[in-house]
Design a protein around this ligand. Structure first.
Ligand SMILES: [Ca+2]
Ligand SMILES: [Ca+2]
Ligand SMILES: [Ca+2]
Length: 149
């Protein structure tokens, strides 16, 4: 009986993370990037974009704001170096016709994204995912507005 209990806990440990990963994969059709560099490189290499507009809004010589648009002038990505440390930390992803889909933030500037905001209809926050202890794993999911539908 004791070994059955042990087996149960082992299974729980083995299956819990994979179940979680599966759930994450199903929930969003888009890639979730964990590293800000990965994200930036992905956005900059997106073939639908025209050459990005890059700005040094603080005038310190570092690019701190990048906008990538498609050929119709609709925004695809926006990247901001909010704390001006030279590394982008605030990303906006736009869908068709320049509608805001998602915002992803590296709130503690460690180079890894830790806040994901999913936007509905270009304006309403639908879901908030957070990695509150910055270990690379989402540990808090808040959904909004479900009761309205
Ligand atoms: Ca930064
Ligand atoms: Ca972070
Ligand atoms: Ca975490």
């Amino acid at each position: 009986m004791k070994s059955l209990v042990t087996l149960f806990f082992l299974l729980l440990i083995c299956y819990a993370p994979s179940l979680y990963a599966e759930e994450r994969g199903q929930e969003d059709g888009n890639n979730v990037f964990l590293s800000v560099r990965e994200f930036r490189d992905h956005a900059l290499s997106d073939p639908v974009g025209v050459p990005p507009d890059q700005f040094d809004t603080s005038g310190d010589g570092n690019i701190d704001y990048i906008v990538i648009s498609d050929h119709d002038g609709n925004k695809r990505y926006e990247m901001l170096d909010y704390d001006r440390d030279g590394e982008m930390d605030d990303f906006c992803v736009y869908g068709g016709e320049g509608k805001l889909l998602r915002r992803e933030i590296d709130s503690n500037s460690d180079g890894m994204l830790d806040i994901w905001v999913f936007i509905k209809d270009g304006a309403y926050v639908e879901e908030l995912r957070q990695d509150t202890d910055f270990d690379g794993v989402v540990d808090k999911v808040t959904k909004y507005g479900e009761e309205d539908q």
